[in-house]
Write a protein that binds this ligand. Structure first.
Ligand code: NDP
Length: 341
């Protein structure tokens, strides 16, 4: 079955600052021979995530960078078309690192069989997958939310931020979201149950955020950085905790645009408020916390207490466009590309 004519999206150019469609190229390729004991996979849903932007840089701080002309990396829900692997049968649905491609061959490394019954398989790329686990581990292990405290998170309608807010509510906290535009703010407040949501594009954003946090901020789950961080900084309470998860506002900045003054003020607040600011990658917590995450969050998804939203684009050829929309904040929910049925 290898010898199949497949399609993939490769990195055609290295962006300096904001990427464009010209940085990607769709090409046909012939699937290589299947290794002994291996599998042939057909991609159904591809996950697009902000970290992929960092991998487009030559020196990526976030795992490996993608080589020019090489397929973009990525996780997907895939169907097993053929298997010589004892752990998988034809027709199984798996989570697999296929990259941005319609098909892949695999020796079984990095594969996980999915059970499609408790929740749709796409949730394994979002609320019940890497983004959901990032929210759970960052909030629970670093944020350690206590009842009555105020937890703030930006990208509040996205796959990480939406889970942070809902878990904060379950922990008995006041959950304050930050999102871009009225639709996302309404969704986070009315559907996800945040106590208050502030639009970071509003001219008086900093004042609105302060008003939404009358008792200050105990946990700030940092997803964006930049001006949002500057607005949260004056609001921190003594012993505040900051799980530093991502800095999407900075991923497309060419060069170092952080002014020394900003850093000096950050350091002053971290010191005087006796704060904990801890950067993390979700993978560091997997061994100790993944099983507990799946139990807690899948229970919430199945009984409807934890809600999620997906933003699905149809067609592998449209993956670059969907990716750029996400970087510009034009996605609404977990970004997925439906590659095949
Ligand atoms: P999201 O869909 O939430 O990310 C895209 C959203 O980010 C946009 O819709 C937009 O939301 C927001 N955004 C983009 N640019 C800006 C900006 N300049 N200022 C404010 N908000 C902006 O994706 P995820 O939930 O998957 O990821 C959220 C964060 O978590 C990212 O920083 C990501 O890199 C990080 N992450 C870290 C992991 C780790 O292990 N440390 C693992 C997974 C994710 P809006 O319109 O509401 O502002």
């Amino acid at each position: 079955m290898s010898g199949i004519s497949a399609r993939r999206v490769v990195l055609a150019g290295r962006p300096s600052g904001w990427p464009t469609l010209d940085d990607f190229r769709l090409e046909r390729f012939t699937l290589p021979p299947v290794p002994a004991g291996g599998l042939v996979l057909r991609t159904r849903y591809l996950s697009l995530d902000p970290y992929m932007r960092m991998r487009m840089d030559e020196h990526s701080a976030y795992a490996g960078s993608v080589g020019l002309g090489e397929p973009m990396h990525g996780q997907a829900v895939a169907e097993v078309l053929r298997s010589e692997h004892p752990g998988y049968a034809e027709g199984d649905t798996v989570l697999a690192p296929t990259g941005w491609a319609s098909h892949a061959v695999s020796d079984g490394t990095g594969l996980r069989k999915l059970d499609p019954s408790p929740a749709p398989v796409t949730t394994s790329l979002g609320v019940l997958g890497m983004p959901g686990f990032t929210a759970y581990s960052g909030l629970m292990v670093i944020g350690v939310p206590k009842p009555g405290e105020t937890v703030v998170v930006a990208s509040a309608s996205g796959p990480v931020g939406s889970v942070v807010g809902q878990l904060a509510k379950i922990a008995g906290c006041r959950a304050v979201g930050i999102a871009g535009g009225p639709d996302k703010c309404r969704y986070a407040r009315e559907e996800l149950g945040f106590d208050a949501v502030v639009d970071h594009r509003a001219p008086d954003f900093a004042e609105q955020l302060a008003a939404a946090c009358p008792d200050g901020v105990d946990v700030y789950f940092e997803n964006v950085g930049g001006p949002v961080w500057q607005a949260v900084l004056p609001l921190f309470n003594k012993f505040a905790r900051v799980p530093l998860c991502g800095l999407i506002a900075q991923y497309n900045e060419a060069g170092d645009r952080l002014a020394d003054g900003d850093l000096a003020e950050t350091m002053r607040v971290v010191l005087t408020k006796n704060m904990t600011l801890r950067g993390f990658f979700n993978t560091e917590f997997a061994e100790d916390h993944y099983a507990e995450f799946l139990r807690v969050v899948s229970g919430g998804v199945v009984d409807g207490r934890i809600k999620y939203r997906e933003d699905v684009t149809v067609g592998l050829e449209r993956a670059p466009e969907a990716f750029l929309r996400m970087l510009r904040g034009q996605n609404f929910g977990k970004v997925l590309v439906k590659v095949g049925d």
